[in-house]
Design a protein around this ligand. Structure first.
Ligand code: CTP
Length: 433
């Protein structure tokens, strides 16, 4: 069934030249060691879909760790080997990474007592994967450089925009693949195939999720929440009754969907601003997912997902702080209230809490000030410091903080824009104390 074709021209067209050269080099090195080497998985899928993907996975027919060591030496890179799994990560000086795995020639026990068959090692490696679209390889070995290896109809499924498993026990072997199926389906705007959909429903009927650790489910949910449109994924998961299989409290309501969609927009805005720190998807979207839950319900859900106690406490306290801040922001009136009130309502919140409040605020002025908080206020506003107060003769004590906060409020409200004004204000406040 393997329909071999060369995709060298596609590689030349879509990949940076140095990368193509590096892939050639990998093939030559493997050959010199007597091995075969393939690029596999998401990298190849995205190459055919013309989507940028720099996460290169290599599979070596031979000793993957030995190959990784030799390859790293050629590129001045480091190697982290995992002998148990016969895998290695090659880490380049610029911190980019390449994963290297070993494909072993082995006998595969087919289910249902069919005869044991020997598969070529790359075929075997690909057969263990989740979906046909991820079970593609490109041969890098010199004589066959750029030959696409497609045993399972991946090209057909990419064309037909289908997510299909390779065999009927796929979800039994690994139920987290149900979440992955939806993630890929929504990301690429593909369709989960009919038979695959039936297998998902079967797996749910068998309660396969009950036996799955929270941590494994949570990992996949985290990946979903790093996607561009997690809400679509979550809606689909609800439609397939996956959310309720994870936990009965895991439910989308119309209100939660609204806020999740708003959160996506706010995150995109924030990301376009290129400010630090980066948003953590799950921390943001779980604020929306646990909206209108009791505190202990939110805690139960997070516990089912194996969220660490520290993270759980942080989530719950953010929820509470967000609730209080929301009350303050609702009362805020343009022209009457002060911008610094917004600063003080936000200052102790984690980034995700601030973004959640932005999504929740319907008033333009409030949103504008939250965005000012994110881009400038929280980094630097004050141009005077404790040292200045000391030089003004202020004796040690709580007055330092109090006075600096008064000046900060004035600076944010535009009443003391520069160092001069702030120093003058400091002098006045020290005298008045
Ligand atoms: N894989 C699998 N079953 C899983 C997880 C992963 O079969 N539960 C396989 C997939 O075939 C995938 C490969 O391992 O192609 C690498 O996994 P990962 O890096 O998560 O997948 P990508 O396809 O690279 O996903 P992404 O585009 O999100 O990085």
């Amino acid at each position: 069934r393997n329909r071999e074709r060369s995709i060298v021209s596609v590689m030349r067209e879509r990949l940076p030249r140095p990368l193509v050269e590096m892939l050639r080099g990998a093939g030559e090195l493997a050959q010199s060691l007597g091995y075969g080497v393939y690029a596999v998985g998401g990298f190849v899928r995205d190459l055919l879909l013309a989507r940028p993907n720099m996460d290169l996975d290599l599979v070596v027919e031979g000793d993957g760790i030995a190959f990784a060591r030799a390859f790293a030496e050629q590129h001045n890179a480091r190697v982290k080997a995992h002998h148990k799994f016969k895998t290695a990560v090659v880490i380049f000086p610029d911190n980019t990474r390449i994963d290297v795995a070993t494909a072993r020639l082995e006998y595969y026990e087919r289910p249902a007592a069919l005869p044991t068959v020997q598969l070529s090692s790359i075929k075997m490696d690909l057969y263990r994967r989740d979906f046909t679209v991820n079970a593609l390889a490109v041969n890098l070995t010199p004589g066959s450089f750029g030959t696409l290896v497609d045993f399972f109809g991946a090209q057909r499924d990419i064309k037909g925009r289908n997510i299909r498993v390779l065999h009927s026990l796929s979800f039994v072997e690994d139920p987290t693949r149900i979440l992955r199926a939806v993630r890929f389906e929504r990301r690429f705007e593909f369709q989960i195939g009919g038979q695959t959909l039936r297998l998902i429903k079967n797996a749910l009927q068998l309660n396969l999720f009950n036996r799955l650790s929270g941590a494994r489910i949570f990992h996949e949910l985290q990946l979903i929440m790093e996607e561009e449109h997690p809400t679509d994924c979550l809606k689909r998961l609800q439609e397939l009754k996956v959310l309720q299989a994870i936990h009965p409290l895991f439910q989308l309501t119309a209100k939660r969907i609204d806020i999740l969609e708003e959160l996506e927009k706010v995150r995109t805005l924030y990301t376009l601003l290129y400010v630090e720190p980066p948003v953590t998807g799950w921390k943001l979207f779980f604020q929306g997912l646990t909206m209108n839950m009791e505190r202990n319900e939110a805690a139960q859900l997070l516990r089912r997902l194996g969220v660490a106690p520290r993270e759980e406490r942080e989530h719950l306290s953010t929820r509470e702080m967000v609730g209080k801040a929301l009350g303050k922001l609702m009362q805020w009136r343009e022209g009457v209230s002060r911008p610094s009130d917004i600063y003080f309502a936000l200052e102790r919140l984690p980034l995700e809490g601030v973004l959640f409040l932005m999504a929740k605020s319907r008033k333009d002025a409030v949103r504008k000030h939250i965005s000012q908080y994110l881009t400038t206020w929280r980094f630097h506003t004050l141009e005077v410091s404790g040292t200045d107060l000391k030089q003004l003769g202020l004796s040690p004590g709580p007055d330092y903080t109090r006075i600096l906060r008064r000046i900060l409020a004035a600076a944010i409200d535009g009443e003391a824009p520069g160092r001069e004004d702030q120093l003058a204000m400091a002098a006045r406040l020290v005298k008045m104390r």
